[in-house]
Design a protein around this ligand. Structure first.
Ligand code: 0X9
Ligand code: ZN
Length: 326
């Protein structure tokens, strides 16, 4: 294990090395938990940060990298992890008052595939039920022919359409060959099952669910599946606005706040909706990080640190609100 450089985006093995390094150098503060395995058998790991200073401390969950190609999401999760642990002394207030669960790469198979084969890969890499690619040779069903190398795209499930809450109602595809394939059933995927089991087991403790994605510079709040607002919408908007104000104090990065149907598009079976609707976690947000499309998914590594810093400022604001209200 070794410290991480922010000069580039890292491969999954280097990220796992860093997690082990933290767990073995600061064992009183950081514990690395393996919550399951991906469909290609990679370990799914969560860093649990707890200083033990507060009994019955509330907790915040952060995941990054539900989508493979969104590399700034894992780097930002790691940046935050580093601040809370290696820079504990400057962040005591939010570490002593809160337990943090940070899963930097929720979709390691898709992340690795986006490094090694297809830079724009989004889904995980599970094999879909029609085991033979010839089964997708059905234009009527799948919209066009998929065969040869092209049928590679018929692998994988969109891990942000696979959660068991209003699954596949809107903004999700039934075709395995599409980037928003919802899977054959809710929680068909080992990654979403591992995450949801872990979160559900701690749903009384977890007060905020934060999912890091890219790109578009938005703070999204539930619901994604309907244009109706949750009854505590005003509370979520209030905390969200404070978070974005703190984010903008650093570099003035423009950010929008609102629901996915109003700012982007409706989706269902997404993690944020499940966290609020099923796990009962009040403050559930998806952060669409930098940028707004100049580089898009190909964000230069020089933006890892500024994105990390501004996102951490936003998340600390949410955290302080959680500390003061629980
Ligand atoms: O479509 C998504 O899953 C997210 N956008 S992304 O470009 N990163 O793929 C947005 C999800 C926001 N949340 C909900 N719509 N519930
Ligand atoms: Zn995403």
């Amino acid at each position: 294990g070794h410290p991480l450089t922010w000069a580039r985006f890292h491969r999954y093995k280097d990220i796992l090395d860093y997690l082990d390094y933290l767990g073995s150098t600061i064992p009183d503060l950081v514990k690395i938990v393996t919550i399951g395995k991906s469909s290609e058998n990679r370990p799914l790991k969560v860093a649990h940060i707890s200083s033990g200073k507060r009994k019955d401390a509330p907790a915040i969950w952060i995941d990054g990298g539900i989508h493979g190609r969104e590399w700034v999401a894992p780097s930002t999760a790691l940046f935050i992890l580093k601040q809370l642990t290696e820079n504990y002394n400057t962040n005591k207030a939010v570490v002593d008052g809160i337990d943090w669960f940070i899963m930097p790469v929720a979709n390691p198979d898709g992340y690795e595939y986006s490094h090694s084969v297809d830079r724009f890969w989004r889904k995980n890499r599970s094999k879909n039920p029609a085991k033979r690619y010839e089964d997708y040779y059905d234009e009527a069903r799948y919209g066009r022919f998929f065969w040869g190398d092209d049928a590679e795209t018929c692998q994988g499930v969109d891990l942000n359409r696979n959660w068991d809450f209003h699954w596949k109602e809107i903004g999700a595809s039934s075709s395995p060959c599409k980037p928003t394939f919802a899977g054959d059933r809710p929680f068909s995927e080992p990654e979403t099952r591992a995450m949801s089991d872990f979160i559900m087991d701690r749903s009384d403790q977890i007060k905020a669910y934060l999912s890091l994605h890219s790109y578009s510079q938005m703070l999204l709040l539930p619901w994604g599946y309907t244009k109706q607002n949750p009854k505590d919408y005003d509370d979520l908007m209030y905390v969200g606005r404070k978070a974005v104000e703190a984010l903008q104090r650093l570099y003035g990065t423009p950010y929008k706040i609102g629901t996915s149907p109003s700012l982007l598009y409706p989706t269902s079976g997404s993690s944020d909706d499940w966290a609020k609707g099923k796990a009962g976690i009040k403050y559930s947000y998806t952060l669409e990080l930098r940028d707004k499309g100049t580089h898009g998914f190909l964000l230069p590594a020089s933006q890892i640190v500024p994105t990390g810093r501004e996102t951490f400022a936003a998340i600390k604001t949410i955290a302080k609100h959680v500390v003061n209200t629980s």
